[in-house]
Design a protein around this ligand. Structure first.
Ligand SMILES: [Zn+2]
Length: 250
């Protein structure tokens, strides 16, 4: 399978931690022949498939993914669906809400929360804490974390331009955790990527095993992809790799 790296992927290489960026023509020539695994879409050099593991969780995740994010190989939202197969993925279009998503928001089995920072005053009355997730479970409902999957700018746009989200409680992720994501340059290390946000929410709300599996799977993805970009084969099994292999063998 031939791979054409998209512009976004090229421009998001981290100049601080990445290798010196070669002249574009040379990179494209080499990148075009990077063979990708059809199973995990990662370069075959460090394939993710041996570490794929699914877990059970009480809470669910629904992703509302910006259309520009869908086909980026560096997207981490898809890792959540690998680990939690009940994860729903919707594509966001500003003018046409996804009919299935709108129907699910009215489904009484679920209590959905929009995961978003509480840094603006105009929706302060909708902000809830993580204890609201436990209350939903106690009430016999399935809590759902709605993650806006895109850049921070895109996520803000989705939040502001989706009237069907306006009536939902807003759950900000409270954490001191810093991002480990190496594949894009974050504006701040406090900006976690989508898979890290999901793992942290699962952990804080009691789905500890699912959180650990997702965290480890994200770690292997991150390390493997970064190594492949340097044309390096990973020779040593990292601790997250070992944990996932043991978990799969259970
Ligand atoms: Zn693979």
């Amino acid at each position: 399978m031939l791979d054409e790296p998209c512009q976004a992927d090229l421009s998001e290489r981290d100049p601080a931690t990445g290798p010196p960026r070669p002249p574009r023509r040379e990179f494209k020539a080499r990148g075009s022949f990077t063979e990708r695994c059809p199973g995990c879409q990662l370069p075959v050099l460090n394939c993710l498939c041996p570490y794929q593991a699914s877990a059970e969780s009480e809470a669910r995740v629904w992703l509302i993914t910006h259309p520009l994010e869908h086909f980026k190989p560096t997207n981490t939202g898809r890792l959540i669906r690998d680990v939690l197969p009940a994860t729903e993925v919707f594509t966001w279009y500003r003018t046409t809400p996804d009919a299935r998503l709108v129907a699910l928001l009215d489904d009484p089995r679920f209590t959905p929360f929009v995961i978003f920072p509480d840094d603006q005053p105009d929706y302060a009355e909708r902000v809830v804490g993580i204890e609201a997730v436990g209350e939903a479970k106690a009430g016999g409902r399935i809590p759902v974390f709605i993650l806006l999957d895109g850049t921070w700018r895109q996520a803000r746009r989705i939040f502001r331009k989706s009237p069907y989200l306006d009536r939902l409680p807003v759950l900000p992720l409270a954490t001191t955790r810093l991002t480990r994501y190496q594949l894009r340059k974050p504006a701040s290390r406090a900006h976690l990527c989508t898979a890290e946000v999901a793992a942290e929410l699962l952990r804080q709300s009691g789905d500890v095993e699912a959180a650990q599996v997702l965290d480890d799977y994200f770690d292997v993805f991150n390390v493997s992809y970064a190594a492949s970009r340097r044309y390096e084969k990973i020779e040593t099994t990292t601790a997250p790799m070992q944990r996932l292999l043991a978990y799969r063998a259970e």
